[in-house]
Design a binder for this molecule. Structure first.
Ligand SMILES: [Zn+2]
Ligand SMILES: [Zn+2]
Length: 55
């Protein structure tokens, strides 16, 4: 990941956790389209697609 998926910063102290969905794509820093599902959530980048899905 080049960018923090939490705050979109390239250098921050955040830790990526699986507990909450990310807000930014780690590769292009776009805002992710987050959907909460019964099994967890998915986060889709409009450029890279749904790259994250965790239960
Ligand atoms: Zn951060
Ligand atoms: Zn992306």
């Amino acid at each position: 990941m080049e960018f923090c998926t939490r705050c979109g910063s390239a250098a921050c102290g955040c830790r990526d956790t699986a507990l909450e969905p990310p807000r930014f794509c780690g590769r292009c820093r776009r805002r992710l389209k987050v959907q909460v599902t019964p099994s967890g959530w998915t986060a889709a980048c409009s450029r890279h697609g749904a790259e994250v899905a965790r239960a």
